[in-house]
Design a binder for this molecule. Structure first.
Ligand code: B3K
Ligand code: ZN
Length: 866
């Protein structure tokens, strides 16, 4: 193939920068068709490094001028570098470049979206704005001046504080901003747009007043109060839990409809996907409200974990992301419902991170190499990274963890550091030896822990023998795995004193519990104390007991998931062999008890416990997946439960009606979740009356949670005629076609439908006015969500694969980051049968052979084929 292989970057090759950039003065002249950027950089040689030329990074820049200390300079430019030799040890470099944000479809750097111009610089977008040392260990103080048409772009924002503004000729205006904090270029941001603003403020614990502002497209102000409240709650929580105060005078959030990911923590000027800002009960679900809380908090928490202390290099990404996800998880748990928060985290981890860690893109939370850093903003770096931080807290305790955080900031405030630096601060504060623990940072793969229990009646002792393995790791050395356990009697009581956190440090290790009167039932990996697959040879009776009586809600839920998984996987094998699966009455009875105890156990918990494990998670437990059999088995169990428990589901559906005015709090949300779960089970039955019930809920709901739940249940119905389904889909679109985020829901409910004609529907929707082939949210809702629809994407005839390949090739040049995310749909192609594999391989090879394929997609496809 006549293509240049893109270079691989290695962590081991890290060297400190040869130059520092102390201050940056930027001037943006925003005009239709082009923006001119003048940059004045105060450069200084890094005395710790042997003298080297200055090599700046750039991409898609048209260079208009380069001067050093006011004199035109000699330079060597390539499309991606600008090299200057023979510079004095300190000097001012001025560059003038022209960029074209209106044509920037990658949404990296400065780009146009409907209401103005926005930036995204992490990881390497700043080089698309000006020549720079675009690496996080180069930190500078920025001043920024923006000039633009006053009527079209009345709002001009940059990081820091506004220092001056004024009018110019020809109806134009300017504004100057100064950010007092040193920061890496990836935290730079500017915005020029026509935006409405919601203002508020926050008084910090030490009495400083922070001005808060949320900027949104005109007309959307009534969808901002929830995000504002979330911001204020986050600020307070970080003071209380971690003693961290906001250091800014101005904290701004700007929402934009075209954005590659969720949100971005630019210093004092966060830029958010509208999805994580805008909410009103009639347009956002309970889950949306909770996600907004979490994402607003996440970006705010980055102000300390990421911005004040940043990453030395991009391999250290989990230093800020794992830690900040852990912090937002804890915030969410405190704000909503700790039990169900943990359950959902683990559900998410198993659906996304475990497959990633078992597939071609597996990498340690700190990767050792990459081709394209944007491909490593992964579930592993984020969610497994958060699990690693959580394990640190589990091992040393909450107080020592807090002391470790204090020590981390005491040592490293204002610096760009590594994961080792973080762990060293934790070690210093706790005295814990983390040498073995570092394996979690350096090895990929989900460890498997097989546990065996042995009761000795003569000794009255119970011994748990734990054996770990990780075939994805580069060697057999053991990891340090904290395993929380408790023992229960067969008569469902927690055995006093049996709650312990075992530290598994060897490949195989035994732990003895003394003074145990009878053979106990062990509850293992309580609260999911480590991101591992734990196997224990439970009997269904033991799991039923744990589901009913385990006091750790996570492990009670886990027992139910284990029961359901065994049943579904067994049934899938039966179906594949042409037999009809049988369902044991004991499982139905356990589910009935859950429904009956929803008051005591909480509706939110019961809703989680009655949600069967997803097909993607189940598929991970199989060597070769038959997606049709798996799908039939899982839905067969749902239908069986619906038949057996119809009375209970109907009764609870009626009883759980929320009569108070809508509020997205955890109590109400829990009731809605369980009620809507009852509805979705009921719709497994072929009953016109029940479909009318769902349609009535759809019509009458005063909030999006209930309206959408009814729509989602109807959207799965595969009857030859289902008027309720057709009408609900049509009415939903008609009512919400002007609310972009609701249209995304409408697309996604169709792309994730179980119906056999889903691919045809998705193809038709790519031509629908609701779809926009350049908007990431629309692509995620329609195309990526289809890629996660296990049974439809992995259709036996390869049609799903061919479609995905086509969409990736249509998109890759326009938006490499989003195209690369679509390519990840193929990750698990080798888990399917030979015919499916042949189709998937053909699709992947077609993508790989495409001339000019962007390196983002190339890296993913090569690893998949590799
Ligand atoms: N730090 C950003 C992610 C940037 C992704 C760049 N491809 C959002 C976050 O984690 O908070
Ligand atoms: Zn983050």
């Amino acid at each position: 193939m006549n293509r240049e292989t893109p270079p691989t970057i290695y962590l081991k090759d890290y060297t400190p920068p040869a130059w520092w950039i102390d201050t940056v003065d930027l001037d943006f002249v925003v005009e239709t068709g082009a923006t001119t950027v003048t940059a004045r950089l105060a450069l200084r040689r890094n005395p710790a490094v042997a003298a080297q030329p200055l090599v700046l990074d750039g991409e898609d820049l048209e260079t208009l001028g380069v001067s050093v200390d006011g004199q035109p300079a000699t330079f060597v430019a390539t499309p991606t570098s600008l090299t200057l030799t023979d510079l004095p040890d300190a000097c001012t470099l001025t560059t003038v470049v022209r960029i074209d944000p209106d044509k920037n479809t990658r949404l990296s750097g400065l780009y146009r979206s409907k209401d103005g111009y926005f930036t995204q610089c992490e990881a390497q977008g700043f080089r698309r704005i000006t020549w720079f040392l675009d690496r996080p260990d180069v930190m500078s103080v920025y001043t920024v001046t923006l000039h633009a048409d006053k009527e079209a772009f009345p709002v001009l924002l940059a990081n820091g504080n506004p220092v001056a503004a004024g009018d110019e000729a020809d109806g134009r205006h300017w504004a100057k901003w100064a950010d007092p904090f040193r920061k890496p270029a990836y935290l730079f941001a500017v915005v020029a747009g026509k935006l409405d603003v919601l203002r508020d403020s926050f008084r910090t614990a030490s009495g400083r007043e922070v001005q808060l502002a949320i900027y949104v497209e005109p007309g959307k102000l009534d969808q901002c109060p929830h995000a504002m409240a979330a911001l204020q709650k986050s600020m307070k929580w970080d003071e209380e839990r971690f003693g961290l105060e906001c250091d800014l005078d101005h904290y701004m959030i700007v929402a934009v409809g075209d954005f590659n990911m969720g949100a971005m923590e630019n210093k004092g000027l966060n830029i958010f996907n509208t999805k994580y800002v805008l909410a009103r009960p009639d347009v956002a679900t309970d889950v949306d409200f909770e996600n907004i809380d979490r994402v607003v908090a996440h970006e705010y928490f980055h102000n300390w974990t990421g911005n004040r202390v940043t990453c030395r290099d991009w391999f250290q990404l989990s230093l800020k992301e794992g830690l900040t996800v852990f912090r937002d998880q804890e915030f969410g748990a405190d704000l909503h419902n700790r039990q169900t928060a943990r359950i959902r985290e683990v559900r998410g981890l198993r659906a996304a991170q475990f497959p990633e860690d078992a597939g071609p893109m597996a990498h340690p939370i700190r990767p050792a190499s990459f081709v394209e850093i944007n491909n490593f903003y992964t579930s592993t770096v984020y969610e497994k990274g958060a699990e690693v931080i959580r394990m640190i807290q589990t091992l040393i305790g909450r107080d020592a963890f807090r002391a470790g955080m204090d020590e981390y900031f005491r040592r490293h405030d204002g610096q760009a550091v590594t994961c080792e630096d973080f762990v060293a601060a934790m070690a210093a504060a706790s005295g814990f030896d983390f040498t073995q623990f570092m394996r979690w940072y350096n090895q990929p793969g989900t460890p498997k822990v097989v546990v065996d229990g042995h009761y000795d009646p003569l000794e009255r002792s119970y011994t748990l023998t734990c054996t770990q393995s990780n075939p994805r790791a580069s060697d057999d050395a053991p990891a340090l795995i904290p395993i929380r356990v408790a023992l229960f009697t067969e008569a469902d009581e927690l055995i006093a004193g049996s709650e312990r956190t075992l530290q598994l440090t060897a490949n195989s290790q035994s732990f003895v519990f003394n003074d145990i009167g009878d053979e106990p039932v062990p509850s293992l990996l309580r609260d999911f104390s480590a991101p591992v697959n734990l196997e224990f040879d439970y009997t269904p009776e033991q799991l039923t007991l744990l589901l009913a009586f385990e006091t750790d809600p996570f492990n009670a839920w886990e027992a139910g998931q284990r029961l359901a998984s065994t049943l579904i996987l067994g049934a899938a094998a039966e179906i594949a062999a042409g037999r009809t699966p049988q369902w044991p009455d004991s499982f139905t009875a356990a589910c009935r008890r859950l429904l009956q105890t929803q008051r005591e156990r909480g509706a939110a918990f019961v809703a989680e416990a009655l949600t069967l494990p997803g097909e993607t998670t189940l598929a991970e437990q199989l060597e070769i997946v038959d997606p049709d059999a798996l799908h039939a088995a899982r839905n067969g169990l749902r239908r069986h439960l619906a038949e057996q428990l119809e009375g209970e589901f109907s009764g609870l559906y009626a009883a759980l009606t929320v009569k108070e005015a809508y509020a997205p709090d955890s109590e109400q949300a829990g009731r809605r979740a369980l009620r809507n779960l009852c509805l979705s089970y009921l719709l497994e039955l072929d009953s016109d009356a029940l479909r009318r019930l769902a349609y009535a809920q759809f019509r009458e709901a005063d909030n999006m949670t209930d309206q959408f739940a009814a729509l989602a249940a109807l959207a799965n119905i595969n009857a030859a005629v289902c008027v309720q389904r057709e009408e609900a889909l049509a009415e939903f679109y008609d009512r919400w076609k002007d609310e972009a985020l609701v249209v995304d829901k409408w697309l996604q409910v169709q792309s994730t439908s179980r119906r056999p004609d889903t691919l045809a529907t998705v193809k038709a929707l790519t031509q629908h006015p609701a779809f926009d082939a350049g908007n990431p949210n629309k692509i995620y809702a329609l195309i990526r969500a289809f890629g996660a629809n296990l049974v439809r994407f992995h259709a036996a005839d390869g049609s799903g694969y061919a479609f995905m390949a086509e969409r990736i090739l249509l998109l890759h040049e326009r938006n490499p980051q989003v195209a690369s995310r679509l390519a990840r749909s193929f990750d698990r192609w080798k888990k399917f049968d030979a015919d499916r594999q042949a189709h998937a391989r053909a699709a992947l090879e077609k993508i790989r052979a495409h001339p000019g394929l962007v390196r983002d997609v190339l890296e993913v496809v090569e690893r998949a084929l590799g």
